[in-house]
Ligand binder design. Structure first.
Ligand SMILES: *Cc1c(COP(=O)(O)O)cnc(C)c1O
Length: 369
C-alpha cells in the first residue's frame, strides 16, 4: 500500500466543475487584480475570524511581514518568536530590519511557552509572533496579558490554523493581526501562493492595504515604503469555491486524528500522540507525534510506501542565516528535543481508515523489531 503525506487530487475532482467555471468567469471579465473575488474572500474570511478587516496578500510570509510593518516594527526593534516553526515566522521579522528573539516551546503542545516570554522582553520589544503550530492555538490568554502589560503587538502566525479555536475564540480575535497562508498544502489551499491578514484595527488595516500596493494612496503618490503583494484574483476565485467546505474538512481532519491516536495508543507504547488542550479546537493541519529513533522510523516507513514529514528538523535559532544573533546549541532545549523527535504522519480530509491502519501497523512493526 502507498500512503502519501497529502493528496489533493480527490478534492479537486469533486470541485472541478465549479472551479473551472469560476476561473472562466475571471478570465471572461478580465478583472485580474484586486477584483470581486478578492473582495468577497476578504469579507468572508474576516467574518469567519470574527474581525472586521481582511487584507488579501501574495502569501503567508508577506502577511507576517506586512503585519509587522503595519505595527511599525523596523530597524533596532526586537520581536519575540518561537524557534520551533517554519522559517517565515522569523524571516518576516528579519526582513523588517528588526531582530528575532527566539524563545522555547511548551513540550506538550509544541507552541511558544508563555512562561518564557517576560524574561525576553526589553525596551526594544515591539511585538510577539505566537505560531499556532500544527493547527492548535497557542496559549493566547497568557500572551495577551503579557502583551498588554508591556504594550507590545501580537501578530498571530495562523498559517496552519485557519478555523481553530481557543476557549471559543477564533484565530484573529485576540491578536493585533492574524496571518493566514493559502499555500496549496494548507488547510485552505489555493492552486499557487496566496495569503491574508485579518484584523479588527481600522487604522492598521488601512495602513496594510496601502503597503500591499507599493505604499501608494492615491495611486502614484507614495507616503510609506510598500511593495507589490496582492492576493491574485484567480487564486481568490478558487478559494471562494473551497472556503464553504473548510469546516467540514476540519471535522474530517479531527476524525483522522482521533483514529490515529486510538490506534497508536492501543498498539505502540513508544509513540507520544498529540496533546490537545481541553479548551482548544485543534484543526490538525499536521498530525505530529514524538518518537524515539525518528530518522530510522521515517526511513522504514518510506521503504514501506508511507510518506512522512519532519516539521522541523533544525531549529531557527541554530540556522546559519541567524548565526550572527549568537545562539548556541542547548539554548532552547525543548525546541532542540522536538526537532529530534517530531514526525508528522499522512493527514488530509480524504485519508482512508485502511491507510491509517496500515501506517500504524508499520510503526508498530518498526518498534517490535
Ligand atoms: C506556511 C507557513 C508560513 C508561510 O506561508 P507562505 O504562504 O508559504 O508564505 C508561515 N508560517 C508558518 C508557521 C507556516 O506554516
Amino acid at each position: 500500500m502507498k500512503v502519501p503525506m497529502l493528496d489533493l487530487s480527490e478534492q479537486y475532482q469533486t470541485l472541478k466543475g465549479e472551479i473551472i467555471e469560476a476561473l472562466d468567469g475571471v478570465m471572461s471579465r478580465s478583472q485580474f487584480i484586486l477584483g470581486d473575488n478578492v473582495k468577497r474572500l476578504e469579507k468572508d474570511v474576516a467574518e469567519y475570524s470574527g474581525v472586521s478587516h481582511g487584507i488579501g496578500v501574495a502569501n503567508g510570509s508577506d502577511a507576517l511581514h506586512i503585519s509587522l510593518q503595519g505595527c511599525g516594527v523596523g530597524q533596532g526593534d526586537e520581536v519575540i518568536v518561537p524557534s520551533f516553526t517554519f522559517f517565515a515566522t522569523a524571516g518576516a521579522v528579519a526582513r523588517t530590519g528588526a531582530t528575532p528573539v527566539f524563545i522555547d516551546i511548551d513540550p506538550k503542545t509544541f507552541n511558544i511557552d508563555p512562561s518564557k516570554i517576560e524574561a525576553a522582553i526589553t525596551e526594544k520589544t515591539k511585538a510577539i509572533v505566537p505560531v499556532h503550530l500544527y493547527g492548535q492555538m497557542a496559549d493566547m490568554d497568557a500572551i495577551v496579558e503579557i502583551a498588554k502589560k508591556h504594550n507590545i503587538a501580537i501578530i498571530e502566525d495562523a498559517a496552519q490554523a485557519i478555523g481553530s479555536l481557543y476557549k471559543g475564540k477564533k484565530v484573529g480575535e485576540m491578536g493585533t493581526t492574524a496571518c493566514y497562508s493559502f499555500f496549496p498544502t494548507k488547510n485552505l489551499g489555493a492552486y499557487g501562493d496566496a495569503g491574508m491578514i485579518v484584523t479588527n484595527g481600522d487604522e492598521i488595516a488601512e495602513k496594510m492595504r496601502v503597503i500591499r500596493v507599493h505604499g501608494s494612496k492615491p495611486k502614484y503618490y507614495h507616503h510609506v515604503l510598500g511593495y507589490n503583494s496582492r492576493l491574485d484574483e484567480l487564486q481568490a476565485a478558487i478559494l471562494n469555491i473551497k472556503f464553504p467546505h473548510l469546516n467540514d474538512w476540519s471535522e474530517l481532519r479531527r476524525e483522522k486524528a482521533e483514529n490515529y491516536t486510538k490506534l497508536l495508543n492501543e498498539t505502540v507504547k513508544e509513540v507520544t500522540t498529540p496533546f490537545i488542550e481541553e479548551h482548544n479546537y485543534h484543526v490538525f493541519h499536521q498530525y505530529t507525534i514524538r518518537v524515539p529513533k525518528r530518522d530510522e522510523l521515517q526511513a522504514f516507513l518510506k521503504e514501506n510506501g508511507v510518506s512522512t514529514m519532519v516539521y522541523y528538523p533544525k531549529p531557527l535559532h541554530l540556522q546559519p542565516v541567524f548565526q550572527e544573533l549568537g545562539y548556541n546549541e542547548g539554548d532552547l532545549p525543548e525546541t532542540e528535543k522536538a526537532c529530534a523527535e517530531a514526525i508528522s504522519l499522512p493527514m488530509f480530509p480524504e485519508l482512508k481508515l485502511e491507510q491509517q491502519q496500515y501506517v500504524v501497523s508499520k510503526i508498530a512493526e518498526f518498534y517490535s523489531k
